[in-house]
Ligand binder design. Structure first.
Ligand code: NAD
Length: 387
């Protein structure tokens, strides 16, 4: 159980690039990082518009002289200070992640980067190499991975409750972009522009989320080959897709699919994970995150509730309120940021990090999966070996 007590010796001096006024995801980064006093927000280059970023930073109680016009100036000026930043979160559009992450690592900073880490496998591997060379954390914000019911699913599968895994059904299929909302919405506009978004839209934007959840639950299963069909139902989005179906074969003989979509009319989020084994199945849905459905063939359905004593020790370790009250996105993100902080401190001390968190290799895997999906789809939805 977490009581908000310190998890690292001293709060990590932390900055943000992006996440400014009007951004979609900036606030959740701050609320997650600042919740358990593991981080202290001391600087930022919050906005593509320097003046607006400065005003915003001041309104977050960041000292005026540490609200920078851009990330390059910030890394350079902060390096001159004895109390300079130790870590930075990058919450900017996708097309900037590679250059900012690289610059941050070169400046000797730990990084939390939004997904996707970058556009190509080559770039991703370069960043992974650099992170290891610099002995720095690169955390990726697959936010719901921090929810305790995801850890519970991992533990149930590890304990063999499902038996051998046969089928992995994944989806993140919302309906918010069923028409060309990007014409009037800045934060959607860049998502359908390949220069800013990368080689895919919904595959990277939403599909990688449940994919990572499945990797937390099934750490030993590897994709062997896949086949992807992608569509642009809103034609102006071509060549980027607003819907994609990906079929995957795993090295243990299991089969899986990921449905990535922003045109699933009427659906709010529709992020679901269903893992089916030879004896039982587990199902989790981000709109009802406190319940994990556990179905044993031939027995009544069990709904496991968050915060209850029958959950595994490691799931309950990140419980905050006990059963009954809901926990959700904010708590899951806070748990992730807690893991990032502990990993950063351990790495600085040269200690081993012996717990999972979405790390740079997971960032590489997200990019790799997207690239394989696009390769398959653009050849006409053919099976391709997973490279
Ligand atoms: P957004 O367009 O709403 O906001 C982007 C912010 O970055 C704005 O404040 C903008 O001014 C700022 N910005 C842009 N370029 C900048 C630069 N060079 N330097 C400094 N600031 C800059 O975008 P968003 O929806 O918040 O998405 C940002 C990132 O977060 C994307 O990579 C997206 O894929 C990711 N995202 C992740 C999740 C998640 O659940 N993990 C959810 C939403 C978005």
């Amino acid at each position: 159980m977490l009581y908000g007590e310190k998890r690292v010796e001293k709060p990590i001096r932390w900055a943000m690039v992006g996440g400014g006024l009007g951004s979609q995801i900036g606030y959740i980064h701050r609320s997650a990082a600042l919740r358990d006093f593991s981080f202290e927000l001391v600087a930022g280059a919050f906005d593509i518009l320097p003046e607006r970023g400065k005003e915003f930073g001041k309104n977050l109680h960041v000292a005026e002289d540490r609200c920078y016009p851009d990330y390059k100036t910030m890394f350079c000026e902060e390096a001159k200070r004895e109390d300079g930043i130790q870590a930075v979160s990058i919450a900017t559009p996708n097309g900037t992640h590679y250059e900012i992450t690289k610059a941050a690592l070169e400046a000797g900073l730990h990084v939390v980067c939004e997904k996707p880490l970058c556009f190509t496998i080559e770039q991703a591997e370069e960043l992974a190499y650099l992170a290891k060379k610099q002995k720095k954390v690169v955390g990726i914000t697959y936010g719901y991975a921090g929810h305790q019911m995801i850890e519970e699913a991992r533990q149930l599968i590890k304990a063999g409750k499902l038996g051998d895994i046969r089928i992995v059904m994944l989806q993140f299929a919302h309906g918010f972009h069923n028409v060309a909302v990007e014409k009037n919405t800045a934060s959607t506009k860049w998502r359908v522009n390949p220069k800013a978004a990368g080689p895919s839209y919904v595959l990277g934007d939403v599909g990688t989320h449940p994919l990572y959840l499945s990797e937390v639950m099934l750490p030993d299963m590897k994709i062997k080959r896949l086949m992807c069909s992608r569509q642009s139902f809103v034609k102006s989005r071509e060549p980027l897709e607003d819907n994609a179906m990906t079929l995957m074969e795993y090295d243990n003989g299991a089969i899986g699919y990921v449905w990535s979509s922003c045109v699933n009319c009427g659906s709010m989020h529709g992020q679901k994970v269903r893992i089916i084994g030879e004896k039982a199945s587990l199902e989790w849905w981000d709109e009802r995150p406190n319940q994990l459905t556990y179905e044993v063939q031939g027995e009544p359905v069990r709904i496991l509730e968050r915060g209850m004593g029958y959950l595994s020790e490691t799931a309950l370790a990140e419980d905050r309120i006990g059963g009954g009250h809901p926990e959700g996105l904010f708590e899951a993100w806070s748990n992730l940021y807690g893991r990032f902080a502990i990993a950063m401190e351990a790495m600085d001390k040269g200690e081993k990090v012996d717990f999972w968190y979405p790390n740079v290799d997971d960032g590489v895997q997200g990019v790799r999966w997207g690239e394989n999906c696009v390769r398959s789809a653009d050849q006409g939805a053919v099976w391709v070996d997973y490279e």
